[in-house]
Design a protein around this ligand. Structure first.
Ligand code: DC
Length: 210
């Protein structure tokens, strides 16, 4: 079974998806981490972030892999820590916007999500990567709550700069951010993580064969 969890930055996807996967005994796939890893490599190589062909080729030549689900590797490097740096936050949507990049990433995401039960987190999972996912959820939260969560995740960084970055990223990511018509939409603004996980777990259980 595939559980697709989509939504904007700060909606609670990662925390919810990881806890849900652990509770269900499903694998977990973070597709945002894949765009971040490619962005890391593009910056290492000083690639032109407007050059869609070059970035698509870079993605194709350097397939991303995971170790223990928590560690992401590209070009032989474990970049799990580096991909969370603000320099990546700032430009990742410029890399992710190119269709040439998305095509390679989606292909790899389908391969990685192919076997067994998996929770896949991203922006376009329920719509494009896995349109036949048995459970689709679109998480959202109001802008100030999403900014508050991002600030809590990145202690030491200026709150106003983070809020501006989040708004810019929303604008750039908006092309891929659309709930699937058959997704369950959950506003997490006033909910606890446990509430959200329990709700999705209920959906999964109701769709699992008895
Ligand atoms: O979820 P995240 O913040 O780690 O995602 C990083 C970026 O990657 C985000 O700006 C949007 C992009 N992304 C995407 O375009 N499609 C996905 N399936 C996942 C992430």
């Amino acid at each position: 079974m595939i559980v697709a969890i989509d939504g904007p930055a700060g909606a609670g996807k990662s925390t919810v998806a990881k806890q849900l996967a652990a509770r269900l005994g499903f694998r977990y796939l973070d597709t945002g981490a894949m765009y971040r890893a490619l962005t890391w490599l593009a910056l290492e190589r000083a690639a032109d972030l407007d050059d869609a062909e070059a970035l698509g080729a870079l993605a194709r030549e350097h397939p991303i892999s995971f170790e223990d689900e928590q560690h992401i590797l590209i070009d032989g490097c474990d970049v799990s820590a580096e991909i969370r740096e603000p320099r990546i936050d700032k430009v990742v949507s410029s890399v992710a916007r190119h269709p040439q990049v998305r095509e390679v990433m989606r292909e790899r995401q389908r391969e990685l999500g192919e076997h067994g039960n998996v929770v896949i987190e991203g922006r376009d999972i329920g719509t494009v990567v896995a349109p036949r996912a048995e459970v689709k959820v679109y998480l959202n939260a109001n802008e100030s709550e999403r900014a508050r969560r991002r600030i809590a995740e990145r202690p030491g960084l200026a709150a106003d700069a983070l809020a501006t970055d989040l708004r810019l990223r929303d604008e750039r990511d908006s092309a891929q951010m659309r709930p699937a018509a058959d997704a369950e939409q959950i506003d997490t603004t006033a909910l606890t993580i446990d509430d959200v996980v329990a709700r999705i777990e209920g959906l999964v259980r109701s769709r699992q064969p008895a």
